[in-house]
Design a protein around this ligand. Structure first.
Ligand SMILES: Cc1cc2nc3c(=O)[nH]c(=O)nc-3n(C[C@H](O)[C@H](O)[C@H](O)COP(=O)(O)O)c2cc1C
Length: 186
């Protein structure tokens, strides 16, 4: 089973990328998390080009299509999730008949430098992903004070948050398995 991890931050030292890696470390060996690294290459969405979007968008679309589930980790920018992530999701949602997020299990987590851990960004992102047709998990994981949230091994320092991350990954894998079984019997 393959989970695609997408960080909404382009920053080299991104805590959201670290959160994806911490999530990947919770998985059993038969499940793998691959971190998508090309978000910065996605051009501005242009409806005139939605049927010939270019290699960066096609690459993201095929990465999502190959995944059994997606985990998005988002920072909060001015009370919501970053514009570049929204831009990428707009591309992925079109054309409607090629949207690989349709019925795909997706979980959302988030880290921010403030105390609230990107809760508004996560709520907005879950709403947008649902509008695009993804099966969005209700679970959320707000990681506040992100700069100090990880230990030297990359694990979350807060044991409760660490357990919540493990539980969220277990739910995501179970949802992906159930969704694959349903698709196979349809
Ligand atoms: C343009 C901008 C707006 C921000 N607005 C918020 C905000 O509304 N709420 C918040 O908690 N943090 C805000 N922050 C802080 C980010 O959450 C913080 O930089 C976070 O660590 C970024 O995630 P990253 O480490 O994955 O890059 C903002 C940062 C930037 C650059």
């Amino acid at each position: 089973m393959l989970i695609l991890g997408i960080s909404g931050s382009l920053r080299r030292e991104s805590s959201n990328r670290r959160l994806l890696l911490a999530a990947g470390a919770k998985l059993r060996p038969e499940t793998r998390l691959r971190v998508y690294t090309r978000l910065g290459a996605i051009p501005p969405f242009d409806e005139d080009r939605e049927r010939r979007p270019g290699p960066a968008v096609l690459g993201l679309r095929s990465d999502i299509a190959r995944a059994d589930a997606v985990l998005v980790s988002t920072p909060e920018y001015n009370g919501s999730f970053p514009g570049q992530l929204k831009n990428a999701l707009d591309w992925i949602s079109r054309p409607l008949d090629e949207n690989p997020l349709q019925r795909l299990p997706v979980a959302v987590v988030g880290a921010s430098s403030g105390i609230f851990g990107a809760v508004w960004a996560q709520a907005d992102l879950r709403r947008v992903l649902a509008a695009i047709g993804a099966v969005v998990l209700d679970d959320e994981l707000p990681v506040g004070h992100a700069d100090a949230a990880f230990d030297a091994r990359g694990d979350l320092r807060d044991p409760e948050a660490d357990q919540a991350l493990a539980a969220l990954m277990t739910t995501l894998v179970a949802t992906a398995r159930a969704s694959a079984t349903t698709a196979a019997t349809c």
